[in-house]
Every structure is written in structure tokens, then in C-alpha cells.
Design a protein around this ligand. Structure first.
Ligand SMILES: Cc1cc2nc3c(=O)[nH]c(=O)nc-3n(C[C@H](O)[C@H](O)[C@H](O)COP(=O)(O)OP(=O)(O)OC[C@H]3O[C@@H](n4cnc5c(N)ncnc54)[C@H](O)[C@@H]3O)c2cc1C
Length: 286
């Protein structure tokens, strides 16, 4: 189908974009268009005004400051996957970006668009939950920073208020001795996660000193696998510990059901992919 008619706007600053968003009725921001344009063509979305963020230079950057890596919302998946800064300081996020869709999707889709869209099968949220990322948003009332856990409310639902845009994602730079990995079972046609698990492990003196695990695709929003993290803390860093802890990967969640996986199978995948991600993270930590 062809999208409903709309007016196209291409602001060159965030303040200009916010003014347009606040003044034009039925307006929507456009990032990479990898989710919004298909929705418009299927007539699931019919904005009267599209505000393209693509020309706003202040949303395009990946920079390290004071132990954090700050990623401008318009950074494409390909830029995240190939960023030297991220590969060195937060390889988990770069690895996850490399698993998204295909090269065309990675060249156009953006981290800000993915987070704002909040698809329960999107890859980034697993890593962002594991990394305890922060989402910076700007709007008519100024700016605020929200933890990813508070930002992701439910499937396709976020804490973004009317007239706000995502401007930046902030993750901590890895400490020495921390290893990470992402493992997913993907839908064969799109690459979206049926289940994706991101893990970060720190080890000292043979014991696990740091364990972070995020899961996507399994529930209506990505979550921290707290039961797994708690079961790993302070334990011997070996395969038996990882296997036992992984059993908690779907604890306390209501697994989704669709054509690709029934709830029990999704919960099983969470446990299997958690073990695989933790084994790879441990190997990277050593
Ligand atoms: C064939 C195909 C395969 C894909 N496979 C995967 C996959 O394997 N894994 C995966 O995670 N994703 C996948 N995607 C989705 C892809 O990652 C999209 O890039 C992402 O979901 C949306 O990002 P975008 O920049 O294209 O946003 P758009 O499509 O432009 O926008 C999406 C939504 O977010 C809003 N928005 C965009 N930017 C902002 C912002 N800065 N602030 C506030 N709101 C904003 C828009 O108004 C819109 O509502 C796939 C997409 C396609 C077409």
C-alpha cells in the first residue's frame, strides 16, 4: 500500500524539531524509517507531518566522557557496530548492533529510533538492560534522564511524553576484566529476536565479581534477569555455576506467544541463550 499523504519537514537543530513537534498537529519524528515507514505503508500509522531528524548534526555522535559512552540518538546500527570507541569501551553494545536485521537495515536504522519504538523483539534493549543504560530525552519542559528499565513500559510503549524526543543513550564504559556476549535465536525472515540474551561478567580470583544479564524477545518488554544475576554473584566462575544460574532466566515473566514460539518454548530459550551468553562472556573475561 501507499502511505497517506503527509508533509515532510527537515529541521537542522533539536530546538527546531521540538518546535515543529509541538506546533504541528498529528506530527511524528522520522529517524531511519525502518519501522515507521513500513507502518505508514500498512496504514497502521498515518501522521500528517513527518519531522526528519536526519539532518540534525547534534544527534550524530559516539563519544566517551568520564567513564561513560554517550551515543547520539541518530547513530545508525552500523555506526554502533563499527565504533572503535564502543568496541574498546562497551563491546556488548557494538556486538548487539551487528546482530540487527541486515546491512540495509543497519545502515538506516538508529539506536534512538529502536529504543523509542520499543519493539519487544528488538535487540538493543537486552544489552541496554544488562548495561543499566540511561536514556536522555528532550522536550518542551527541558531534558530528563530515565533509566532504560523505567523508559521501557510495555510493548511499543515508553516513558516518552508528548512532544519529547530521545536525544542520547548513555552506557558505562567496561571495567578491566569484564567480558560480555550476546546470544539470540532469531526470526529467520527479519532477524528480530525470538529470544536474545546479553550478558556481562567480571571475574577475580576465580569468583564472579560482577554479573549483568538482560533478556529481549521473551516478554512484552526487555528485562533484567535478576534471578540469574543474584545466583552468580560471588560464586565460582565455572560452567556448573553458569548452567545453574541460567535456570532463573525466565523467572517472574509472562512469556509471549506467537507463530514463532509458544510461552514454554520461549522460557526454555531464555534459559539456553542465557547459559550460552554467560559462557561466552566468561571466556571473554579471562
Ligand atoms: C527488514 C527489517 C529487519 C529488522 N530486523 C531487526 C532486528 O533483527 N533487530 C532489531 O532490533 N530491529 C530490527 N529491525 C528494526 C530496526 O532496527 C529499526 O531501525 C528500529 O526499530 C527503528 O529505528 P529507526 O531509526 O528506523 O526508527 P523509525 O522507523 O524512523 O521510527 C520508529 C518510531 O520511533 C520514533 N522515533 C524515532 N526516533 C526517535 C527519537 N529520536 N525520539 C523519539 N521518537 C523517535 C518514530 O516517530 C517512530 O514512531 C528491522 C527492521 C526491518 C525493516
Amino acid at each position: 500500500m501507499i502511505a497517506q499523504p503527509f508533509e515532510y519537514h527537515a529541521p537542522e537543530s533539536v530546538s527546531e524539531a521540538l518546535k515543529l513537534l509541538g506546533s504541528l498537529e498529528n506530527s511524528r519524528v522520522l529517524a531511519g524509517g525502518q519501522s515507521l515507514i513500513p507502518m505508514m505503508k500498512l496504514r497502521l500509522s498515518g501522521p500528517a507531518h513527518l519531522i526528519d531528524l536526519g539532518r540534525i548534526a547534534e544527534l550524530h555522535y559516539i563519544a566517551q566522557t568520564n567513564g561513560n559512552v554517550r551515543i547520539g540518538a541518530m547513530s545508525t546500527h552500523q555506526q554502533v557496530a563499527t565504533s572503535e570507541t564502543l568496541r574498546k569501551s562497551c563491546p556488548l553494545l557494538a556486538e548487539v548492533a551487528g546482530h540487527i536485521g541486515d546491512v540495509q537495515v543497519r545502515n538506516l536504522g538508529t539506536i534512538g529510533g529502536s529504543v523509542a519504538h520499543a519493539d519487544p523483539a528488538a535487540d538493543y534493549p537486552a544489552a541496554l538492560q544488562a548495561l543499566r543504560a540511561q536514556v536522555r530525552v528532550v522536550g518542551p519542559g527541558g531534558e530528563r534522564t530515565i533509566s532504560i528499565d523505567d523508559f521501557l513500559i510495555d510493548a511499543f510503549s515508553t516513558a516518552l511524553a508528548e512532544g519529547e524526543i530521545v536525544s542520547e543513550i548513555i552506557v558505562g564504559a567496561d571495567r578491566a576484566g569484564v567480558g560480555s556476549a550476546y546470544r539470540k535465536l532469531q526470526q529467520p525472515a527479519s532477524g528480530f529476536s525470538v529470544c536474545g540474551v546479553a550478558a556481562q561478567l567480571g571475574v577475580a580470583g576465580g569468583k564472579i565479581t560482577h554479573a549483568r544479564v538482560g533478556v529481549t524477545g521473551v516478554a512484552s518488554r526487555a528485562y533484567v534477569a535478576k534471578g540469574v544475576e543474584d545466583a552468580l554473584a560471588g560464586q565460582p566462575a565455572n560452567a556448573a555455576t553458569l548452567a545453574a544460574a541460567s535456570q532463573h532466566a525466565a523467572e517472574g515473566v509472562d512469556p509471549l506467544s506467537d507463530l514463532f514460539a509458544a510461552p514454554d518454548y520461549r522460557a526454555h530459550l531464555a534459559r539456553v541463550e542465557a547459559r550460552r551468553a554467560l559462557e561466552s562472556a566468561l571466556a571473554a573475561a579471562k
